[in-house]
Structures are given as C-alpha cells and as structure tokens.
Design a protein around this ligand. Sequence first.
Ligand SMILES: Nc1nc2c(ncn2[C@@H]2O[C@H](COP(=O)(O)OP(=O)(O)OP(=O)(O)O)[C@@H](O)[C@H]2O)c(=O)[nH]1
Ligand SMILES: [Mg+2]
Length: 372
Amino acid sequence: MFKFLKEKLSAFKKKLDRKVEEEVRQVEAKEEVVEPAKAVAEETKAEVVETVKTDVTKAEEVKAEKEEKPKKKIGFVSKIKTLIVDREVLIDEKKVEEILEDLEIILLESDVAFEVVEEISSELKERLVGRKKKIGEKLSDIVINELKLIIQEILDANRFDFDEFIQTKLKEKRPLNIIFVGVNGTGKTTTIAKIAKRLMDYGYSVVLAAGDTFRAGAIEQLEEHGQRLGVKVIKHKPGADPAAVIYDAIKHAESKGIDVVLADTAGRMHTKKNLIDQLSKIKRVTKPDLTIFVDESIAGNDAVERARMFNEAVGIDGSILTKIDADPKGGTAISISYVTGKPILFLGTGQGYDDLVKFDSKWLIERIFGDI
Ligand SMILES: Nc1nc2c(ncn2[C@@H]2O[C@H](COP(=O)(O)OP(=O)(O)OP(=O)(O)O)[C@@H](O)[C@H]2O)c(=O)[nH]1
Ligand SMILES: [Mg+2]
C-alpha cells in the first residue's frame, strides 16, 4: 500500500537533509578562509584592551581570556554553522520554492490531482516562508510535518460518519435506500456485499436490489453474495428497468420491516448518456437516502475525473475507494473528496467481506507517512 509515494517522499526527505548538510559544509569551507583575518583582528582587539587595563587583576582576566582563544575559534566556526542548522533561522522564499518544485512532481507522479497539488503547494508556501526553524529542528521534518497536516486538513474538510447517519436516519424512516454507482469493474458489487456484512454485524437487517440488469451475470453475482451472507436479493429479469427493481426492494423492505436496501447499479451501458439517464431515473423514482460513488483507487486521476463527472451528472453524497491494498500511490484517496466536495466513506482493502475500513484521515496519513 502506497509504496511508490512512500519511497518518493522518503527520498525527497533524504535529499533535503543532504542539501542542508552541503550548505553547512560550504559555510565551513568559507570559514576556513576567513579565519586567519579574524584571528588577527581578535589579537589586536585583545592588545588594545590590555593597554587600557592597567589594573593587575584586569590584566590577569585578559590573560585568561587570551588563553581561552583556541576555544573561541571553534566557537566561531560553530556559530556560523549554527546559523544554518541549529539556531532559529528564517526559511526564505527561494528555499521554499526549491522544495516545492521537487514535492509537486512527487505528488503529481503519485496521482494527486493537479488542483489538489496546487492547493497543497500554496498552503505549504504560506506556512513555510518566513517560518523560524528552531534549534535542533530539521528542515525536512518541518516540511514533512506541514505536508501531513495540510493533507489531513484536505481529507477532513468533508467529514461524514456513516454509522451515525444510519442510526439517526432510521429514527425518521425505514427502510433507508442506498444506491451504489460507478463504472464497471471497480468493485461496486463486492463493496455492497461488504457494507451488507458490516450493517448486519452492527445489528441492522438488509436486503439487496439487483439493479445491474445490463451486464450478463451481474444478477447471479449479487445473488451469490446474498447466499453467502444470508441476505435476500430482489431481482427482475436481465434487461429489466433497474428503477423498478429497486422500487420493489424498497416495498419488500417496508413490508418486512427491513432497515436498509442496498442497490447495485450497472457500471456500463451502450453509451455514457444511457448510463447517466438510467441512474438519474433510479434517483428520481427511488429517492435514495445516500448515493455512493464507488471507484478503485488504482485508477488514479481517471477515478477522480469519474467522481467529478458522476457528481455533476447524477449527484453523489460520498465515495468509496476500493483496491487501496493494491494502490502504490495514494493520490486518488488524497484528491477525490477535495475535487467532489464530498466525503470518502470507506476504503476497500481487499477481496474479503471484512476488508472494508471506515474512512479516517489519520489511518490514511499513518499508512502514507508512517515510517518516513
Ligand atoms: N484487491 C481488491 N480487490 C477488490 C476490492 N474490491 C473489489 N475487488 C475486486 O475487484 C473485482 C471487481 O469487483 P466487482 O465488485 O465485481 O466490481 P463491479 O464494479 O461490481 O463490476 P461490474 O459489475 O462489472 O460493473 C473483483 O475481482 C473483486 O474481488 C478491494 O478492495 N481490493
Ligand atoms: Mg457489479
């Protein structure tokens, strides 16, 4: 998980450390040239002091001071060094721009959407330029920590608690109707099964609606999950109107007192317009309480663009990103909620029914930055 991004960030951090070390070495080299002149100046200054101070004790003080001179020379070297690495220094705009150039490339290569890279970059610039680096602080740590905070803020901008939503909404109405939309092969049907299992683990009753009437075998696939989980599946014939299937599932749930209807939908039709029209009809007829967009995080910017398109054309309440376990980059997870303005609800982390993690920005940040 996120191996590519982790390695890139780790290399970036090391490069920054090496750069700072190199700057220190350059200052030290300069210092060696400056040192003799400085030593002469120190000597002259001491002599002047000596002639002024006629008092014996004062002369002794000066003598003692003179004896300490070698120490002072070392002190002078480290003083300059300190200006760069150890003491409070201002991080200037030129340095931040160098840092950002490298970082922007890493983020873009890791599938972070362009507009999100721009947001991260401008936030980082604002926070770093003119910032005081304290004693012992490493520039690379400052940058990575700020980056973490900014990504976390982006992820937390659209928060949503699925469990709380179900609990609260069920006090108003029953059943709740949740539809899952997204292109084919991204994990919609598997995710529906995972959510069904999760809801049942929490004590809710569930019925599935076989709303993908377009793809051959889609109904059977959902039925297989239903059988394994012990959940009823409401279905019509292949090619039937999915809005009618979901409507029937809602009626069935109403009559049986079932809490939640989870509705599958097609991921592909003859044309994109057909698909959007069908989903719009499903929404009109069945009035879902939640429309969840499902896509795979390995699709990178394609997934983000599809989320944007579905949100504009159909309207979504949030996203679920699947196949996080197989995603070396992580950019989709970082970008999708920023781009859609809608929260991520869950992350799919494998093919098993329990491989579903409720979205938590800290969980994601820990997985990306954990051992950097
Ligand atoms: N590694 C991994 N595989 C997943 C995950 N979620 C789903 N899959 C796999 O992705 C493949 C496609 O999943 P489906 O649930 O059939 O996808 P779909 O969106 O319903 O596809 P269509 O019905 O063709 O539109 C299956 O092999 C799943 O096991 C996940 O979180 N991690
Ligand atoms: Mg499916």
